[in-house]
Design a binder for this molecule. Structure first.
Ligand code: ASP
Length: 613
């Protein structure tokens, strides 16, 4: 009979938590065989559970069957301090070992498809291909680093819930079986058996429900929500992913910024990560003009400056115009000889016509040296950049594409880890996104142009630009073909919205907007983006109907939690922080989903499969 009285889960001693408190005490441990060594009959077993590893010494007298890696054991033993010469500084419990009194094999493991106990510093150094890891995800998740990822994720979501609760937000679950929510991707459809021929769409986000909840007077909503989007996948995309979805009533953009900054500050501080708030806010147009990106990575923000043309560069090259020269200055950057050679190769390969100057330990090198008075240039650069001592590297260029080319150089230095980030985690708001974008599609040999929402169709316009929306609407009504007029397109793209993104280290990690609450204006937006009244009613009548009964002004945001966690933990791929992710082709290699279904199920749903090409 199992003795249930003397041991409950509360008495569990974790392998990785053995410390001086347990010395000379009896403990009962459970775990997997991480490694073992037979030293002439005495067995040394590294027992592992999710918290870490402890060495167990199994004396000769304890006869046990042959062990295999990853067998599951129950061990009762006495904790001892290890003799100094046996201390293992590489593990947290390295000062201790457990001398077993009883050992039970609870379950055997077959030979493993890959090793779990190999020494690696980082999951990215593993030599196993990802497909094998995903097929045997349960084994992969046994790795302590993977457990840490899951634990970090769990804690992050817990702190988010704590913070939101404290700010009077309610977590409300919204349906998965619903109507389409337009977020710019394809819908996953679910056929209805009870109403054959009809389909639910899985939500691309809870957008419409959260707006309805504002009409319901919930006032402050959030949800750790699964979003489902059928789109082409990349390292930072999954067909199902998690958002912290937020909506608030009676607020302005400022409130959303304040809330998210405080939320991230609270959560990250609890996770031991220091950040500074408030975050910088950059206008979309400014970002595009200066960084050529709506998600610039300002960890490496080195400004591009105009070269002062009174500082002469005596270069006989018709392509080099001193009046149109720009430069970028990297302080404290010292490149070794090999790195300089590599840099020169890179410049050549990319046909980049830079002059550069390296100042290292008061010596000057580089292609600029022979064309300038070096003392004059050195003085000028130091003064201009308020950098009076130390080394630097500077690139000078005169080209039409100077911005793109200087960014190329900067990226090269970043990719080769030659530049140090100004901070580890650089959050940044991008504000005043355009309301519309233009989509082009080739139908036959005709190019069809379409106006689409840049964010989603419920995003409100910046008040100063509202009149422009009416004008665009009128012009389109008079002449739908005006869309092929480039001047008109320019006007359309210039309309600014109340939409914003949050960027972390050059990755978009959240986006949101203040919403339209004026039904007539919403209808105009639908018309402009090509959703006619019939379609609007079919898809969104419930929202428009709800807005008739007293709708508060509202807005919100959604944070892509997988991406944030991956960035904080230093991964490029969000799959490392998702327990059961899908591959690029949308498969789950563990369960082999998606898969064929039983013909009887299809029949019940009224579905007949046909060939598609
Ligand atoms: N639903 C939006 C999204 O998924 C976020 C928002 O506007 O609140 O991007």
């Amino acid at each position: 009979m199992i003795n249930q009285l003397d041991y409950t889960y509360k008495d569990r001693v974790w392998c990785g938590k053995i410390n001086e408190k347990y010395v000379n005490k009896e403990v009962k441990l459970y775990g997997w065989v991480h490694r073992f060594r037979d030293m002439g009959g005495i067995l040394f077993v590294d027992l592992r559970d999710r918290t870490g590893i402890i060495q167990v010494v199994v004396p000769i007298e304890l006869k046990i069957n042959k062990l295999s890696l990853e067998d599951v054991l129950e061990i009762v033993g006495i904790v001892k301090e290890r003799p100094i010469e046996n201390i293992n500084p590489n593990i947290a419990t390295g000062n201790f070992e457990v001398v077993a009194k009883e050992i039970k094999i609870l379950s055997k493991s077959e030979p493993l498809p890959f090793m779990i106990n190999e020494d690696y510093k980082d999951i990215r150094d593993l030599k196993i291909d990802e497909a094998t890891r995903l097929k045997y995800r349960y084994l992969d998740l046994r790795r302590l680093q993977m457990f840490k990822n899951m634990y970090f994720r769990h804690k992050m979501i817990k702190y988010i819930r704590d913070f939101m609760d404290n700010e009077d937000f309610l977590e409300i679950e919204t349906p998965l079986l619903a109507k389409p929510t337009p977020e710019g991707a394809r819908d996953f459809l679910v056929p209805s058996r009870l109403q054959v021929g009809k389909f639910y769409a899985l939500p691309q986000s809870p957008q419409l429900f959260k707006q309805v909840l504002m009409v319901s007077g919930i006032d402050r909503y959030f949800q750790v929500a699964k979003c489902l989007r059928d789109e082409d996948l990349r390292a930072d995309r999954q067909p199902e992913f998690t958002q912290v979805d937020i909506e608030m009533s009676f607020i302005s953009k400022k409130d959303i910024f304040l809330l998210v900054e405080n939320l991230l500050n609270y959560v990250l501080n609890n996770l031991g990560i220091e950040i500074s708030i408030p975050f910088e806010v950059i206008d979309y147009n400014y970002a595009m003009k200066h960084f050529n990106s709506d998600k610039p990575d300002l960890r490496f923000n080195y400004p591009v400056k105009k070269w002062n043309n009174s500082i002469k560069i005596n270069l006989n090259d018709e392509n080099f115009d001193i009046n149109q020269a720009y430069y970028i200055f990297f302080k404290n950057l010292v490149l070794a000889r090999k790195e300089l050679d590599k840099l020169n190769d890179f410049l050549k390969q990319n046909n980049l016509k830079f002059l550069y100057l390296v100042c290292a330990n008061s010596e000057f090198k580089g292609s600029l040296v022979k064309f300038v008075d070096i003392n004059e240039v050195d003085n000028y650069l130091r003064k201009e950049n308020q950098f009076y001592d130390g080394n630097y590297l500077v690139f000078v260029i005169s080209s039409k594409n100077y911005l793109d080319e200087l960014i190329l150089i900067k990226n090269y230095l970043v990719d080769n880890r030659l530049l140090k980030p100004v901070k580890d985690f650089y959050f940044l708001w991008i504000d005043n996104f355009p309301l519309f974008k233009i989509e082009e599609e080739k139908v036959g040999n005709k190019l069809i142009r379409k106006i689409s929402p840049e964010h989603h169709p419920f995003t409100n316009v910046l008040e100063e630009d509202r009149a422009k929306v009416y004008m665009i609407y009128e012009q389109l009504k008079k002449n739908p073909n005006i869309i092929y007029d480039d001047g008109f397109v320019k006007e359309v793209l210039a309309v600014r919205s109340l939409a914003y993104d949050l960027v972390l280290n050059g990755v978009e990690v959240a986006s949101g907007s203040i919403r339209i609450t004026d039904i007539e204006f919403q209808k105009i937006i639908f018309e402009i983006i090509g959703i006619n009244e019939e379609e609007a009613n079919r898809k969104f009548s419930f929202l428009l109907e709800a807005f008739k009964y007293g709708v508060p002004p509202h807005g919100g945001i959604a944070l892509g939690i997988d991406r944030i966690i991956a960035l904080l933990l230093g991964y490029n791929s969000i799959r490392e922080v998702i327990a059961f992710p899908k591959t690029q082709s949308g498969s789950c290699l563990l369960t082999k989903a998606p898969s064929e279904v039983d013909p009887i199920q299809l029949k019940e749903l009224g579905i007949k499969l046909m060939e598609v090409n």
